[in-house]
Design a protein around this ligand. Structure first.
Ligand code: ADP
Length: 400
């Protein structure tokens, strides 16, 4: 009995000792068997493992949320109920100059000091966002702020960079204003003539005068039609993909445009043509034809009588295909060159209108070039002349 008891006490002591050693670092796997102590060790270890796994998952989730908030394309700030910054992402620095390393713990109004922002935040009516302009690092930003109280003690503040959206809106507004202005002038003239014809007794105007008025009215109506047609062309170019692509023999398109150019020039210009008859590029024949016609008619319209116009279609030294129109006309000042492809931009409005221009020709030509992976290059010197070129990459050439 005594021996048995001694053995039992010894074994039990060993198990207890093993259990104690494990208890020193309970993150280690427990001993394989520790007798009755298994009943403590096994559930403790299981509960511990479960907790450790849960903590790891929560830490990972936390980390993911932080990464996502940092990658969010807006400034994200967490504020307490007194507007003290608790956390902010990287974009808070770009958009608002708020640094997550230095500025945590400061009141937001110490860093964003616009009085209207302060009033908006304290008013607490955040249904509509707060928007403002701000200049940072030499750039003007249009910012949109949104406050959300997401718990009794915390506020989420988002700040979006709306600069691009705003400039798109302004461009759209300018465009509508431009179109209205362009159509208003011929409409006013047309209405004026119609009123005159309606209000005057028939005997007050001679048949010749009547014909003259009708001609003028027709001219204005044609001008409006030209503007609307060009606008529709532009809108189609902007909203559709390039269709009906085929190998286009540019020489035959130039041949058609040549006749139109000669009619417009009325023999007043010296025209010379250097055309490669076999060089073709892939594209839409209708679109390429209008780009070519646009550049040729512009050369005639902006080159005074006796000027020269040289037309080239062929390969450049680097293997690209070039259509160029060089004129000895009015030329364009450097400050205007970058703008003449904008819709309705004209250097000389009255000259453009007098020759039937809509101010949309180069915008259309540029769009067509972009759709064909080509470039519209403009070189010009005021009072010396201009060269407009369409440059097609080698990959577009379908026959040499
Ligand atoms: P428009 O219908 O007014 O000609 P475009 O878009 O074709 O419209 O051209 C825009 C402006 O660019 C013209 O009003 C003109 O001032 C200038 N321009 C275009 N082509 C030439 C050229 N060959 N020489 C001088 N100026 C030109």
């Amino acid at each position: 009995m005594a021996i048995f008891l001694a053995i039992y006490i010894y074994i039990d002591y060993r198990y207890f000792d093993k259990t104690l050693k494990w208890a020193d670092d309970i993150n280690q796997p427990p001993p394989v068997y520790v007798g009755k102590y298994d009943e403590i060790v096994t559930p403790t270890y299981k509960a511990l493992r479960h907790k450790t796994l849960t903590i790891q998952q929560i830490t990972q989730l936390n980390q993911n949320i932080l990464w996502a908030a940092n990658a969010f394309p807006a400034a994200v700030l967490i504020l307490d109920k007194n507007f003290i910054i608790q956390w902010c992402n990287r974009n808070a620095k770009t958009l608002l100059g708020i640094d997550s390393k230095k500025d945590i713990g400061y009141k937001i109004f110490n860093l964003i000091r616009w009085p209207e922002f302060y009033q908006y935040a304290y008013k607490g009516d955040w249904q509509k966002p707060y928007t403002t302009y701000d200049e940072r690092d030499g750039r003007l930003y249009h910012l949109k702020f949104e406050f959300t109280r997401y718990s009794t003690d915390n506020i989420l503040l988002l700040c979006f960079d709306n600069t691009q959206l705003e400039s798109l809106r302004t461009t759209q507004q300018d465009f509508v204003a431009n179109v209205s202005h362009e159509l208003r002038t011929p409409l006013t003239v047309l209405t004026g003539f119609l009123e005159t014809l309606r209000d005057l007794p028939p005997e007050a105007i001679s048949p010749e005068q009547r014909v003259h008025y009708e001609d003028l009215m027709h001219e204005q109506a044609e001008r409006m039609l030209a503007i609307v047609t060009d606008l529709l062309t532009l809108s189609t170019l902007e909203s559709t993909k390039l269709a009906n692509q085929q190998s286009v023999p540019i020489a035959s398109l130039i041949e058609q445009a040549k006749r139109q150019t000669e009619v417009l020039s009325k023999g007043q210009h010296q025209l010379s043509w250097s055309i490669n008859p076999t060089l073709s590029v892939s594209g839409n024949a209708h679109e390429l034809s209008s780009a070519i016609t646009n550049l040729l008619t512009n050369a005639v319209r902006y080159t005074p009588a006796n000027g020269q116009i040289e037309v080239f279609w062929g390969l450049a030294e680097d293997g690209q295909a070039i259509f160029s129109v060089k004129d000895s006309g009015l030329g364009i000042a450097p400050s205007d060159i970058s703008r003449i492809t904008e819709r309705f931009y004209r250097v000389d409005k009255s000259r453009s209108r007098a020759s039937g221009g809509t101010g949309l020709g180069l915008a259309i030509t540029k769009h067509i070039a972009i759709r064909h992976n080509a470039k519209l290059m403009i070189k010009s010197k005021l009072n010396k002349g201009s060269t407009f070129s369409l440059i097609f990459p080698k990959e577009n050439i379908t026959s040499l």
